[in-house]
Design a protein around this ligand. Structure first.
Ligand code: LMR
Length: 399
């Protein structure tokens, strides 16, 4: 008899467990298209040159390892607000934005969830169908009830805009609607600026609160265009939560660098909101880790370094866009009859292939090709070396 007899086996994480299985696979030709991590054409996830430069500078100038404030560095808050909202709007809104430096975008989501659960009238959040596999767990862990809104036509593998609009029109006032600001995860199907304007109008008419998961800024069109949603919603005068991540666009995955921004009505409200955000953080992890945030501050705070970083983000984005086209062309050239042209216009790392769970398992078990069981692939995991085998296996499976 053990005190741990009551512990049951939990299901494996639907995304990260696939990478664990990939790592354990001895096949030298194995291909990992599961977790959202950028690789270059050699299959490596490089440290950006600007990050290396920032690390050098920090090694020389870092003066202490003492704690950061509960909400992190104020300079980090200002720089990440500007990255999200643009310099002018961030300047205008500054006294109305409550910001916290968080351990990754996931940390921002969990702090947001705890804040909502403990402080707002609503106990309900609405998730995109489909959405990032971890959203449900994060919001449920904070004690919130989950509903879903329609987003994607899984037969046509495209955004179902009319069904989406109908769904979000039915969301009750005060509820939280989780939206992907750009590079929708897992489908890659994004909204246009006009469509975001309509979503902002609906949020305003119906009185629900948008929460933008903003993990891929710069991987869609460019850093500013990808920030259309938070900027449009802020200009529309909406209350707003944004969960920002620098894992992808600075390649800082393991450093866990993110931010939560909550846009409220006035300075007095901001004072009360920040007091509760501090409680959510203090009771979770006390205060944020400093190193990744200091890298972001060094890069975003130095105009020359920032320019170089913008080019590095553009290079990653262009590689993914090129891969999308090459993948579609190679599938067609191999004689795959199914139309995959939708992959070309989709944004960011991910796309839904329409492959079934059974096909995903066959790919993994028979061919050492690792994709998420939902059929999601990380396009950024394709390289010129693995593309021919990927395409020939897909031809075998799809005919
Ligand atoms: C993903 O969706 O693959 C990434 O956001 C990484 C993760 O934590 O799941």
């Amino acid at each position: 008899m053990s005190h741990f007899d009551t512990v049951t086996q939990a299901p494996a994480d639907p995304i990260l467990s696939i990478t664990e299985a990939f790592k354990a696979d001895p096949n030298p030709e194995k291909i990992n298209l599961s977790v959202g991590v950028f690789v270059d054409d050699s299959g490596a996830t490089p440290i950006l040159d600007t990050v290396r430069e920032a690390e050098k500078r920090l090694a020389e100038t870092n003066a202490t390892k003492s704690y950061l404030p509960i909400t992190g560095s104020p300079n980090y808050a200002a720089l990440t607000q500007a990255c999200c909202f643009g310099d002018d709007l961030a300047g205008e809104l500054n006294s109305r934005i409550v910001s916290a430096q968080t351990p990754g975008g996931t940390g921002a989501l969990r702090v947001a969830a705890d804040f909502v659960s403990g402080n707002l009238d609503t106990k309900k959040v609405w998730l995109s169908n489909p959405t990032w596999a971890n959203h449900r767990g994060i919001f449920a862990a904070a004690g919130l009830e989950i509903s879903v809104y329609n987003y994607f036509d899984s037969a046509r593998l495209r955004l179902d805009y009319p069904a989406f609009i109908e769904s979000i029109q039915a969301v009750p006032a005060g509820d939280i609607v989780i939206l992907h600001a750009c590079c929708h995860n897992p489908t890659g199907a994004d909204l246009s600026p006009e469509q975001w304007d309509e979503v902002a109008r609906i949020a305003s008419d119906k009185g629900w609160i948008p929460l933008l998961d903003f993990a891929y800024q710069g991987f869609g069109i460019d850093l500013d265009s990808d920030a259309y949603a938070p900027r449009a919603m802020a200009r529309a005068g909406l209350p707003l939560l944004v969960c920002q991540s620098f894992s992808k666009n600075l390649g800082l995955y393991r450093e866990r660098v993110g931010a939560l921004h909550i846009l409220v009505g006035d300075e007095e409200e901001a004072g009360r909101v920040v007091s509760q955000v501090k409680i959510a953080i203090r009771t979770n992890y006390s205060n944020p880790p400093a190193h990744g945030g200091a890298l972001v501050e060094t890069i975003l705070g130095d105009p020359a370094l920032r320019e170089r970083w913008i080019e590095e983000v553009a290079a990653m984005r262009k590689r993914i866009a090129t891969l999308r086209r090459e993948f579609v062309d190679a599938l067609a050239a191999a004689g795959v009859t199914q139309d995959f042209s939708f992959l070309i216009d989709q944004k960011g790392m991910f796309s839904f292939t329409g492959l079934t769970k059974e096909q995903a398992i066959t790919l993994r078990e028979n061919h050492s090709i690792y994709i998420v069981d939902s059929g999601r692939i990380n396009v950024a995991g394709i390289t010129s070396e693995n593309l021919p085998r990927l395409v020939s296996v897909l031809k075998e499976i799809l005919g």
